[in-house]
Design a protein around this ligand. Structure first.
Ligand SMILES: Nc1ncnc2c1ncn2[C@@H]1O[C@H](COP(=O)(O)OP(=O)(O)OP(=O)(O)O)[C@@H](O)[C@H]1O
Length: 302
């Protein structure tokens, strides 16, 4: 960490991201005698472009400050470099799954202090088609509605903002007939209203959603609610169990890759099915998901 680029989305962190960036920069200069420059994003796409030029601009480390969207953009940008810089981030979003996984405090002031004692780990990075993702790909009516949740609402209401959009969608759920094929080429037909695929144990802010998953286990982890009515979803949420194996209410699978498509018999009946990638709109089905094992050096609090 000799030459650090800090990328901050000034709209995140309840409007305090720029202030946090200045304070984090000060700490990094003092603790590591590092050179630090701060770039502020002005629009979607900026974090990607800043990170993509990091190596060319002599930065060996890129640390972003923002929510899941900014982390996603920055990591995608980092992978455009000939030599990959080390990646770090200060979690300032509403959910921050990857921040939870790495052991960051959800209080930005505390998280800044955690940069005093860090280690560099090799983290898996997941990919949907040719795009990297950090936390989760979600498929289903609820996930389609919450990806429209407004950033200002999230700053104002926190996680409640998702309820505002998610509750109406909850009652309009439709089961999707999908074929999921794992890395052994085994296809499985399922009928589900919500499918989540993550690369770590924390999904949608629930830290033990996939209790056995690790950020460096080389696997994607899929959880899908069985059935298609709101009642099936409630049954899945209330069911006990440790979510380590398939149950009456949940499909569970782990694999280095998954291909997901609408079952061929239903193709003419079903409109486009969109995905939600790290909270933003992603590609429509069919999709190819895979894990890049231990592909990125990432800063983790000690
Ligand atoms: N200055 C900016 N103005 C408008 N949009 C921006 C700006 N900078 C970044 N963005 C876009 O805003 C999106 C959301 O930002 P970010 O993820 O940092 O915050 P958030 O929505 O509050 O976080 P979360 O979704 O985790 O709660 C990003 O995907 C990015 O493309």
């Amino acid at each position: 960490m000799n030459n650090i680029l800090l990328i901050a989305n000034p709209g995140s962190g309840r409007g305090l991201a720029e202030d946090y960036a200045i304070r984090l920069g000060r700490l990094l200069r003092r603790a590591y005698q590092a050179k630090v420059q701060i770039y502020l994003t002005e629009k979607a796409g900026d974090a990607y472009h800043f990170a993509a030029k990091a190596h060319e601009n002599q930065f060996d480390t890129v640390i972003c400050l923002g929510g899941d969207g900014t982390v996603n953009e920055t990591v995608n940008g980092i992978f455009e470099n000939d030599e990959l810089p080390t990646f770090g981030f200060l979690p300032l979003g509403t959910v921050n799954d990857y921040g939870r996984v790495l052991g960051f405090s959800m209080d930005p002031e505390e998280a800044i202090q955690q940069f005093k004692h860090v280690e560099i780990i090799q983290s898996d990075i997941a990919q949907i088609n040719d795009q990297k993702f950090i936390n989760v790909v979600a498929i289903g009516t609820i996930s389609e509605s919450v990806m429209k949740t407004d950033s200002q609402d999230k700053n104002r209401l926190g996680v409640l903002a998702y309820l505002k959009d998610g509750i109406p969608a909850f009652f309009q759920q439709k089961g999707l007939p999908l074929t999921i094929t794992n890395d052994e080429g085994l296809p499985k037909d399922i009928f589900s209203s919500l499918i989540l695929i993550g690369s770590t144990n924390s999904i949608a802010g629930i830290e033990d959603m996939v209790p056995n998953a690790r950020y460096d286990d080389g696997l994607l982890h899929l959880i899908a609610v069985k059935g298609d009515t709101p009642l099936d979803m409630i049954r899945a949420a209330l069911a006990g169990g440790d979510r380590t194996a398939e149950s009456d209410s949940l499909y569970i699978a782990s694999s280095a890759s998954f291909n997901i498509e609408v079952q061929k018999a239903y193709l003419s009946e079903i409109d486009e099915v969109l995905t939600n990638v790290d909270g933003d709109e992603g590609p429509a089905l069919p999709i190819q998901l895979k894990i890049l094992p231990q592909a990125l050096n990432v800063i983790k609090p000690k």
